[in-house]
Design a protein around this ligand. Structure first.
Ligand code: NAD
Length: 347
């Protein structure tokens, strides 16, 4: 439609296929041009998704196209350059997670977008999966009373290195790549973190960095949250990419269990129902929950642009999730408690 928001997408690699499939589900916006410095990746995505406008240079795309927004789907080291380039062009910008390799880079992008008067959303999609939204509804309805404890668990032995070989060779792995989603979920369900203590391990000898992490967090209001991430867990049930969550409150508990079973226990007893992710004709097992999260966050973005609202996972919101990632590394390395800037009164 003529009044659809016009988007460009930079980075046509592995995960961009989910974005491009997702954009086709979203009313009111479409991707009209693609950019990748790798001609082969660019050509493949352009032909698979029927998008004729192709660029190997982001600046050329921004100068030639009249874009309302740009979806940046590259790896983190390129984010600051690309996000600031897009902001300078006057287009709104979505940036994949991890937002940045350093907090300084992340803050710089937030400032650049604020100065340019454009919206910035980090594509932090786990909280947008349908099972997470259903769990959130239960907790915020008061059905389990005020939460005091949560466990957010992702334990798997899935071969993630097959599609993302860089995960085996990067100097940081599970906290930076996956734990970041779990830390964001912890914030989503319980609130802001005051301090944390973390342990990390490298179990798989064939990779460079940590593939297991355990984080215990003090959350504002006297709550406790345990976050567990592992790609070294050879368990009876391989549940990749399911995140299992238990939240206990003063009246009962809400548990998102295996195969998207949501149980709510309180003085009325226990009720269990299935809350599977939304699926599309392009959804692929077992990644449906991830793909569901992609479509939902894209719809949220369009809604924010249409109504001039702040995205839930805006750049400035994501600084808090990112701080927990770096705080986890520091705590694990120094075997010390990391106190967040919030607890120290810096924000
Ligand atoms: N949210 C999720 O659930 C999820 C899942 C997987 C990956 N990701 C994230 O998505 C991002 C991309 O991951 P991927 O596995 O698709 O990476 P990838 O390496 O397969 O693809 C990135 C593409 O970006 C291109 N690129 C890099 N710098 C560029 C530049 N300056 N200009 C133009 N093109 C450039 C590369 O050529 C490549 O084709 C990562 O940050 C990753 O963490 C998110």
């Amino acid at each position: 439609m003529a009044d659809d928001l016009q988007g460009g997408l930079i980075g046509c690699g592995y995960f961009a296929r989910n974005h491009l499939n997702g954009w086709r589900e979203v009313e009111g916006a479409g991707i009209v041009s693609l950019c990748d410095q790798d001609q082969e990746a660019l050509g493949q995505a352009a032909s698979d998704f029927g998008i004729p406008e192709q660029y190997t240079d982001p600046q050329a795309m921004l100068e030639s196209e009249d874009l309302d927004f740009v979806d940046v789907v590259t790896q983190a080291p390129s984010h600051r350059f690309l996000v600031e380039l897009v902001a300078a062009s006057g287009a709104h910008v979505i940036c994949q997670k991890p937002f940045a390799p350093t907090l300084d880079d992340a803050r710089s992008m937030v400032v650049a977008c604020n100065r340019a008067g454009v919206k910035l959303m980090v594509h932090e999609n786990f909280r947008w999966q349908r099972p997470m939204r259903e769990l959130y509804e239960v907790v915020s309805s008061g059905a389990i009373g005020e939460p005091f404890f949560a466990r957010v668990e992702f334990r798997s032995a899935w071969d993630v290195y097959a599609n993302q070989p860089y995960l085996a060779t990067d100097e940081r792995f599970i906290v930076y790549d996956l734990g970041i989603h779990l830390l964001d979920l912890a914030r989503f369900f319980l609130g802001e973190v005051e301090q944390l203590y973390a342990r990390s391990q490298r179990v798989n000898p064939d990779i460079r960095a940590e593939d297991v992490a355990t984080i215990v967090m003090d959350v504002a209001g006297g709550k406790t949250c345990v976050v567990e991430a592992s790609y070294a867990s050879k368990l009876e049930h391989e549940v990749f990419p399911q995140t299992l969550i238990k939240i206990e409150g003063e009246r009962g508990a809400a548990v998102l269990g295996r195969d998207y079973a949501l149980s709510v226990t309180n003085e009325a007893g226990t009720e269990t129902r299935a809350v599977p992710p939304h699926t599309f004709d392009w959804s692929e097992s077992p990644g449906q929950a991830i793909q569901d999260g992609v479509v939902s966050i894209q719809r949220h973005w369009v809604e924010c642009l249409r109504t001039d609202a702040e995205p839930e996972t805006s750049g400035s919101d994501n600084l808090r999730t990112l701080e927990l990632v770096f705080g986890t590394y520091r705590s694990a390395e120094e075997r010390s408690v990391y106190r967040t800037e919030r607890s120290l009164g810096s924000w």
